[in-house]
Design a protein around this ligand. Structure first.
Ligand SMILES: Nc1ncnc2c1ncn2[C@@H]1O[C@H](COP(=O)(O)OP(=O)(O)OP(=O)(O)O)[C@@H](O)[C@H]1O
Length: 466
């Protein structure tokens, strides 16, 4: 296949090369080879004599598409793209019209929220921050719930905070409807949240031949239920859908039953617990994180087995001040980046722009991880970006500045969702960041270490002070 990928081993082979019909759900711990299997499977399904046919390998972000494409020249019958690129293409094909996506959603929701705050000044709900409402709208559209289902709270929300009162849900739904109305008046039928439901509705009435016979989903834990349903509706009866995911790495949304996602998995879920990526010391830290209270209530977590590769313990570097953390991170990354791939990962985009000038001007190649990453290289260098932009990637060394208690969970998330839910969400983001490191992990902080990580005096780390 010309892929720079390891050959699948043992059960990985079964997933990559068998069961070419129906739905298959594969859950695996971080580094268990899901992406590796997904790429092998997609190539196999696109080209295998007899059962092969046009295949879609779909994933969450554009940078990951670039990464997947870099794993070998895809055959002409294999399309690799983001979910939104797929949905946009299908909507354009069916409606025979250009698909214009409304982007300033937050601004418009804010305007609606201001109207509602004027109308209901005494209501505690409307004093919640904008992020809360944007998130709630994302959830209800992503789950495809109608007014009654939402207001009566009939869809269970796994791993979420305290449910809203019914009367508050009425208000949220009215905000959603008003937003939809204003967006339509602005001349837009779609935004990034409602494309999946629109595509699903069109597939359900689409009697024509399907474009893809097989669909392979990578990083499936972050697809909304409506996205999964629309992908399940996109394949013909003799086609297949293979879902790869890890709920410990879920950043958005919540888990629902496979059946309610439109998937039928009579053979059961296939699980992979062997971690091929992280050293034993890094995997141990990730495992202790996944046993922390904020991971509780979570369903379908695959506990990893102990990896064989040995490495140094993660380092905790205590920096005298926050401003010094970025300088320290940049200095360390540039030194290490001469002969390996190093990533500096941060929770927010603001930190990214502060870091950028500190990495400039050296001889080591520097690349920001973002949607429009031009190409993927396996050459040494420094990468930097947010935790969520690093999803699916891996690096020899990972440096995590700003692991302070007052930075993580992000204060805005605590304000929007309350401390428990903020921890549950942000803990998973940090888990993604930690599990990107193959052999070396450096954690920086200045004040108290974030509660999302195990105690810094535990034997999981080596602690270094200047
Ligand atoms: N059979 C195998 N033999 C050797 N190495 C493997 C095998 N399968 C996967 N790997 C390696 O393990 C690492 C992790 O694989 P991969 O990125 O596919 O995992 P993943 O499950 O998608 O991880 P994550 O969900 O954390 O992004 C990669 O370096 C990959 O090359």
């Amino acid at each position: 296949m010309g892929l720079s990928l390891p050959e699948p081993k043992g059960h990985q082979r079964d997933v990559a090369f068998l069961n070419e019909r129906g739905h298959c759900v594969v859950l695996g711990t971080a580094g268990s080879g899901k992406t590796t299997m997904a790429v092998h499977r997609a190539h196999y399904l696109a080209t295998a004599p007899g059962i092969g046919g046009r295949t879609l390998l779909v994933t969450f972000n554009k940078a990951l598409v670039t990464y997947l494409k870099g794993m070998g020249a895809p055959p002409p019958s294999l399309q690799i793209e983001t979910y939104h690129a797929f949905a946009r293409g299908y909507l354009a094909h069916r409606t025979k019209a250009a698909v214009r996506i409304y982007k300033p959603k937050e601004k418009l929701v804010e305007r609606v929220l201001e109207e509602v705050r004027d109308r209901l000044p005494g209501r505690a709900l409307v004093r919640r921050p904008l992020e809360f409402f944007v998130d709630e709208l994302h959830w209800l559209v992503g789950h495809g719930v109608d007014r009654r289902t939402y207001v009566e709270g009939r869809t269970r929300r796994v791993g979420r905070g305290k449910p809203l009162q019914q009367s508050d849900r009425e208000v949220v739904f009215a905000i959603y409807q008003r937003y939809e109305q204003l967006r339509a008046e602005a001349g837009y039928e779609y935004d990034f949240d409602n494309m999946a439901s629109s595509a699903l509705a069109l597939f359900q009435s689409d009697e024509t031949e399907r474009q893809y016979r097989h669909v392979v989903v990578d990083e499936g834990q972050d697809f909304t239920p409506e996205m999964i349903r629309s992908l399940a509706a996109a394949i013909p009866e003799d086609g297949s859908l293979t879902f790869f995911g890890d709920y410990a790495q879920q950043i958005y949304g919540s888990r629902m039953s496979w059946r309610s996602l439109g998937l039928h998995v009579p053979r059961g879920i296939v699980e992979f617990a062997h971690n091929y990526r992280n050293s034993r010391q890094i995997a141990r830290l990730a495992q202790v994180m996944s046993e922390m209270p904020y991971f509780k209530d979570e369903v379908d977590l695959v506990q990893p087995t102990r990896p064989a590769a040995d490495g140094p313990k993660p380092t905790i570097l205590v920096s005298p001040g926050k401003e010094r953390q970025l300088a320290e991170a940049a200095r360390t990354a540039l030194a290490l980046g001469a002969d390996r791939q190093v990533a500096i990962l941060m929770r927010t985009r603001e930190h990214e722009s502060e870091l950028k000038p500190l990495l400039a001007g050296g001889r080591v190649p520097v690349e920001r991880l973002h949607r429009d990453l031009p190409r993927w290289t396996d050459q040494p260098g420094v990468f930097y970006g947010t935790y969520s932009a690093a999803k699916g990637f891996e690096f020899d060394s990972v440096i995590l500045p700003f692991c302070d208690a007052d930075e993580l969970p992000k204060p805005g998330e605590v304000e929007a969702h309350g401390p428990d839910e903020a921890k549950a969400r942000e803990g998973r983001q940090l888990y993604v960041a930690v599990t990107r490191a193959r052999t070396e992990l450096v954690i920086l902080h200045s004040g108290k270490l974030t509660d999302l990580l195990p105690d810094e005096m535990s034997d999981l780390y080596v602690r270094v002070s200047p």
